[in-house]
Design a binder for this molecule. Sequence first.
Ligand code: CA2
Length: 147
Amino acid sequence: MSNKILILNGPNLNLLGKREPEIYGHETLADVEQLCLATAQGEGVEIDFRQSNHEGDLIDWIQEARDNFDAIVINPAAYTHTSVAIHDALQAVEKPVVEVHLSNIHKREEFRHTSFVSKSANGVICGLGTHGYQLAVQAVCRLLSSR
Ligand code: CA2
């Protein structure tokens, strides 16, 4: 049976490609999903790609991964910088986790320089736009095959 990767997207990422293209580019979240699907096919894994504006949804989905998925790719969006709850949920998963950001959060406002999520992640990719998602899917596949 092939590995299953849960790809989670946090608040406002549904607006991708529709606002602030100078920061986040012109591609939509549907485009990012297609990129992840194509990458997953190349790697021989399955993905489930989700977005929510609600912290509790993200936490419920992370908990679901304990039983139903082999790894997580997550762009927690603004919750990156605020959510101890997402940090705690990821700590309990005990499976490969890669955090991804479209923008380079370290080049932006001071409040984006801190991530509560990174402590629970195997690795972090930021500043590479949508290509970062492709790299993140490949990275969790590498982590799974080296277990
Ligand atoms: O760079 C990233 O991927 C972020 O996770 C995006 C978050 C931001 O709060 C993080 O600091 C970095 C924001 C996602 C909102 O996306 C929008 C897209 C288009 C228009 C407005 C918001």
